[in-house]
Design a protein around this ligand. Sequence first.
Ligand SMILES: NC(=O)c1ccc[n+]([C@@H]2O[C@H](COP(=O)([O-])OP(=O)(O)OC[C@H]3O[C@@H](n4cnc5c(N)ncnc54)[C@H](OP(=O)(O)O)[C@@H]3O)[C@@H](O)[C@H]2O)c1
Length: 270
Amino acid sequence: MIPDFLYGTAWKEARTAALTELAVRSGFRGIDTANQRRHYFEAGVGEGLAAAYRAGVVSRGELFLQTKFTYQPGQDHRLPYDPSASLSTQVAQSIGSSLEHLGTDCVDSYVLHGPASGRGWTDYDVEVWTAMARERDAGRARLLGVSNVSVRHLEDMAASGAEMPAFVQNRCFARTGWDHSVRAFCAKRKIRYQGFSLLTANPEVLHHPLVTSIAARGQGTPAQVVFSFALAIGMLPLTGTTDVEHMRQDLASGAVALSSDEVRAIETLA
Ligand SMILES: NC(=O)c1ccc[n+]([C@@H]2O[C@H](COP(=O)([O-])OP(=O)(O)OC[C@H]3O[C@@H](n4cnc5c(N)ncnc54)[C@H](OP(=O)(O)O)[C@@H]3O)[C@@H](O)[C@H]2O)c1
């Protein structure tokens, strides 16, 4: 089962375990992390999950756990693999370490954090993607995804005959029609689009009269209107809130109902 919302665990450092546990206690059933110590503390996510299991809040089977493989240039010195090993071996070592951190033998989704080049799908990506599919086939991941991709990356993948991802996870700017071209590609290929930085990348939207008036009318907040919009267009949104009240609000965003005219107006707001 894929939940409607993902709780993002980036940038939480020593608070990662407590916030992950709080997110699960607050009702999140999807958790996004990465084996990239520079921005994430994946072992802390595992500690938070273990605490939630111990307390009987949830069982592993009720959760959707997603983590990522990150190339060396995206990492600092705390690497989850041997940098002198082949990329295929790095993938095997990275996912092995993720499974240990998360206390599971299979993640629900395994995501390539970003392609090797901003310009297109390279031979490096072919090797990594093939290795990720091998891990999936061996039962260590259920579904595969790619992140930080352009339409060019996705078209290159398709043209090369590669298996297409189940997920695309991108930063979502309102000024690009909320990543309109990538979302359109995903819709055609039945790829589920995950959007992050929906609030932080779009501060102008949170102050826009269209959004503030809908929030006032629906007795919600502008942040809830943005998430409700994301849900209405079939997006799987991420939030990394550190505030328990915001956790509750984010999960309840769908209650701020939008008409189809409002959805269209927000989609074309920029
Ligand atoms: N694939 C990638 O390269 C990539 C890159 C970046 C992020 N991500 C993933 O996406 C997750 C989310 O990251 P993000 O970039 O979207 O930023 P974020 O870390 O979730 O930050 C969200 C901001 O919005 C605020 N916020 C959340 N809910 C709110 C509400 N209801 N009302 C008011 N403010 C609210 C939060 O403040 P409070 O804490 O005070 O609520 C925080 O300042 C990350 O943790 C990570 O898992 C992935």
